[in-house]
Ligand binder design. Structure first.
Ligand SMILES: [Mg+2]
Length: 410
């Protein structure tokens, strides 16, 4: 466990300027809240063990002089259990750019984190998720101060219910493709309309071409699903950029007859032109975004028509406001958002705020386990394939302190 408390105040002059801001300014907006002049006074980090040995959850709490606490999450990198460098980065960013400031100054805080240091001024999967954790904690404070869910402060509630999807369990499916059909029937009975499966292994390593025999075998799995449930269940191809460009186009050509919902990361996302080449050679919508950060990387994907389904991760790409900007760019390109989820419940709650206020929301990835439910005083409601947006202020969630204590790491 790490619970570093940094209580000293920095940037008092800036903060004082906020208190006396002219009417109509962002800082003056804070005067309308129930906590006028609120300042961040400290940060705590909370590191938790989860149900998976190779995964931790890292939460932050921003403390304020008004007693409100803002909750955020730095989605933990897959397979990394030593999160000390990430905790140090969070503390350092808060000390340099957040403590002493109003949590209402979200844009100023974000811009100061991104532009003040040469090494941070670049899309980075290392630093930007830390920005996101801080940013969503600020939004949690703003929402709590205004007694409104964040989505009401970002355009209001556009979606009453949020369609969600999870992985189809593929254990044993390779040996027995008809099992995929049986599992698809179960998913449909539970109210789901979309699933995803990741049939091509391994998912790491340099780009590969898979043998025709392998691709045809995967086609048998897709055929088993279509035979079992017809068009009642959409099927996403959940790959992780493991193909060469030509290999991805070949896979798309063979699986196209099953009308997949999307083809996720057909090639690795760093070469946007190559993903655009795949998109130009298939009718399957291309999805990408879980490894992309900031508006700058998503702008390239949209400009080059590399993907139509934007799988941004609110906890990684830069936070709620950065996600709203990306969603807006997608909207202008007639592209949809399908936010990624591989994180704990706080970053999920942040994603739901974006989903609820976004007209081009398509679907939310949702892989929640028992701990996701148990650790919240009021679990996120998931019914018949849909999530009900939390109505509470801020991110709309509250941690169950008893479960937090039980799960504290180390
Ligand atoms: Mg994915």
């Amino acid at each position: 466990m790490s619970m570093n408390r940094r209580g000293f105040v920095r940037g008092v002059g800036l903060a004082a300027a906020g208190v006396t801001a002219a009417p109509g300014s962002a800082a003056a907006g804070a005067q309308d809240s129930k906590t006028p002049g609120m300042k961040v006074t400290g940060v705590k980090t909370i590191l938790l063990d989860t149900l998976q040995p190779q995964r931790k959850w890292l939460f932050i709490q921003l403390l304020t002089d008004k007693g409100l606490v803002g909750l955020g999450e730095r989605p933990s990198p897959a397979g990394v259990t030593n999160l000390k460098p990430h905790i140090e980065l969070l503390n350092d960013l808060c000390e340099r750019f957040v403590i002493g400031r109003s949590p209402f100054d979200i844009e100023k805080i974000w811009q100061s984190m991104y532009t003040s240091s040469h090494d941070l001024r670049h899309p980075s999967l290392y630093a930007i998720p830390a920005f996101a954790a801080i940013e969503m904690a600020c939004w949690d404070l703003v929402g709590k101060a205004m007694n409104q869910p964040v989505y009401k402060l970002l355009g209001g509630q556009y979606n009453d219910m949020l369609r969600a999807y999870a992985y189809l369990n593929t254990q044993g499916v390779w040996e027995k493709p008809e099992l995929a059909g049986e599992r698809a029937v179960e998913l449909v009975k539970a109210g789901n309309t979309v699933c995803k499966l990741d049939p091509f292994t391994p998912i790491t390593g340099p780009p590969k071409d898979y043998p025709l025999k392998t691709i045809r075998h995967v086609a048998k799995i897709f055929r088993a699903i279509r035979d079992a449930v017809g068009d009642e269940l959409e099927i996403g191809i959940g790959t992780h950029g493991q193909f060469s460009t030509a290999g991805a186009i070949r896979v798309a050509g063979i699986l196209e007859e099953f009308d997949p919902y999307f083809f996720e990361e057909p090639v690795s996302p760093e070469n946007v032109d190559e993903m655009a080449r795949v998109a130009a050679h298939t009718n399957i919508p291309i999805a990408t975004g879980e490894r992309l950060v900031t508006k700058f990387e998503f702008a390239q994907v949209l400009q080059k028509q590399a993907a139509q389904i934007i799988q941004l991760d609110v906890g990684q790409c830069g936070g709620i406001l950065e996600s709203k900007k990306i969603a807006g760019m997608a909207e202008a390109h007639y592209a949809m958002i399908a936010p990624h989820m591989y994180c704990g419940p706080v970053a999920v709650a942040a994603a739901l705020q974006l989903d609820t206020c976004s007209p081009n929301f398509l679907i939310q990835e949702y892989n929640a386990n028992d701990l996701h439910r148990e650790i919240l005083v009021e679990p996120i409601k998931f019914e018949n394939g849909f999530i009900i947006p939390p109505a509470g202020p801020g991110l709309g969630i509250e941690l169950n302190e008893r479960v937090v204590k039980r799960q504290l790491s180390g």
